[in-house]
Ligand binder design. Sequence first.
Ligand SMILES: *Cc1c(COP(=O)(O)O)cnc(C)c1O
Length: 223
Amino acid sequence: MGFISDNILYYKNILPPDITLVAVSKTQPVDAIIEAYQAGHRNFAENYVQELTEKYAQLPKDIIWHFIGHLQSNKVKYIAPFIELIHSVDSYKLLKEINKQALKHQRVINCLIQIHIAREDTKFGMNETELMQMISSDDFKQLNNIKVIGLMGMATNTDDENTIRNEFKMLKTIANNIKVSKSSTKNLDISVLSMGMSSDWKIALEEGSTMLRLGSSIFGARN
Ligand SMILES: *Cc1c(COP(=O)(O)O)cnc(C)c1O
C-alpha cells in the first residue's frame, strides 16, 4: 500500500456519502489502478477509447468504468459492452450512436450531457438551447437504450474562484431548468452533476456537485 491507497481512504473519509468519487486513471499504469482497487475503490474514468479497452481487458470485471473524453461516434462500439457512464455526450449524433450500440448489446447506457460552461472555447460541450432542443424532440424520446441521468461540465482553468464558482452555478441552473420544464421521459431523469476536478472540487461540492472526477490528487501528477 502507498500514497494512492492513502489518498483513496482520505477522500472516502472527508466526502459526504452521497458524493460519487470517480478516480481519473488516464495515463496511469494498471498497477496504480490496482492499488486504488485494493483500497476498495471501484469507479474509474478514462478519456481515450483505446487506453480504456486495454485497461478493461486487464483489470477486475467489477470495476465501474466511466468515459470522460471527447468520444468519436465510430469508437462507441468498443466501449458499449461494458461502459457504465459516458460523461461527455456533446452531440445528438453521438447520443444516437450510443443508443444503437447499446441496443446491440441489449443494454441501457447511462449518459451525461457535457455542457460548455468554461470561457475557453477549447472545451467541448453543448449550450443550454441545444440541450433543450434535443431533449424536447420526438426523436430523442424514441431512444430506449440510453438514459440521460445528468450533466457534466469543466470550469475554466483559472485561479479566479469566482469565475469557477459562477460556471458551476450555471451548470446547476441548467440542470434545474430541465427538471422544472419536466420534459421528463423514461430516458431522461436528471440527478447527477459531474463537476469538480483536483483543482476545483471544493468549489464544485459547494455548488451542488454529486460526482467528482479526481486524477492528479489521487494518483499524483501525470507526465
Ligand atoms: C483529466 C480530467 C480530469 C481530472 O483532472 P485532474 O486535474 O487530474 O483531477 C477530470 N475531468 C476530465 C474531463 C479530465 O479530462
